[in-house]
Design a protein around this ligand. Structure first.
Ligand code: FE2
Length: 297
């Protein structure tokens, strides 16, 4: 059981230049999370959303296995996912299609996410993802040599945006020693009714409960390391207005409910590891040598 009496998550106005104070860093260490309001301007949120829309419009759904697969769908899904670490690929919501295989909503409102290398492959996402402010934050929370290992654009569409069960990101982005930190940018308001994230404050001090790894060419296995259930009754919502940056430890358990509202909940995330740590070859996400791992600058 965790020793925490915290009923809220630390939330502050984003400090100038990413210069987190010692007190903010202490709050992050204690909670596993810190919420920085007004980190991104609304104009920058809107330009990232506009760029995402352009990429969606250029997406050919025939290339995604959820639409175009006739045999062994699971294998194709895994291959499409596993090979997306250095690509820009699109993943549908589970409820995107009706019984006859047609999209229920617009393409943008049918997608779960886009990933996992926009920050390296797309000039607009590249500019957003690399900044002196983010580099300063990374330094202050203890990174020696940060590397942005993946980017995701989360659509959480209205009506069909699915629930995400409690998990730790270090399950998937594992290093030795663990170093993963998530940088999550709200591009639209994330509220209780459109499926904002929730965290269990302080629960990043619990062990890593699962580890996901490649167990075959296109096969992934998730091994349970600790079967103790999460103390989910201690979860706290991380409501975030557009422009907010939520930074969280790779061990911080988090989840989000379904989006039953009529509004989307777009967010952009970066996952960062310390390049001084070992990055195992069995992690699902592997990048080609043509795409070296870069930091924030
Ligand atoms: Fe996550």
């Amino acid at each position: 059981m965790i020793e925490t009496t915290r009923k809220s998550l630390p939330k502050v106005k984003a400090p100038e230049g990413g210069r987190l104070t010692d007190a903010m860093v202490a709050e992050f260490r204690e909670s596993g999370v810190i919420i920085l309001e007004d980190f991104v301007s609304i104009a920058d949120c809107n330009s990232l959303r506009a760029r995402a829309r352009e990429l969606v419009e250029a997406f050919d759904p025939a290339k995604a296995p959820s639409v175009f697969s006739t045999t062994d769908e699971e294998q194709l899904d895994d291959q499409y996912f596993i090979e997306s670490g250095d690509e820009i690929r699109f993943f549908f919501e589970a409820d995107a299609f009706d019984d006859s295989g047609h999209l229920r909503q617009s393409m943008e409102d049918s997608l779960n996410k886009m990933g996992h290398a926009m920050h390296d492959l797309d000039p607009v996402f590249d500019r957003f993802s690399h900044s002196a402010e983010l580099a300063e934050i990374a330094k202050r929370i203890g990174f020696r040599d940060p590397g942005i290992i993946q980017s995701m654009y989360i659509f959480k569409p209205p009506g069909i945006g699915g629930e995400v069960l409690c998990h730790q990101d270090s399950t998937y982005i594992y290093t030795e020693p663990e170093s993963c930190v998530g940088f999550w940018f709200a591009l639209e308001d994330a509220t209780l009714d459109n499926g904002c994230m929730h965290f269990i404050p302080g629960a990043h001090k619990l062990p890593l409960k699962k580890r996901n790894y490649r167990s075959g060419e296109y096969k992934l296995t998730t091994e349970v390391l600790d079967a103790e259930p999460w103390p989910e009754h201690l979860k706290v919502p991380a409501e975030a207005s557009a422009g907010t940056l939520v930074i969280f430890d790779g061990r911080a358990p988090h989840m989000s409910g379904p989006n039953n509202s009529a509004r989307s909940r777009h967010a952009y995330t970066l996952h960062v590891i310390d390049k001084v740590c070992r990055y195992p070859a069995e992690n699902w996400l592997q990048r080609s040598e043509d795409l070296p791992l870069r930091g924030f600058v």
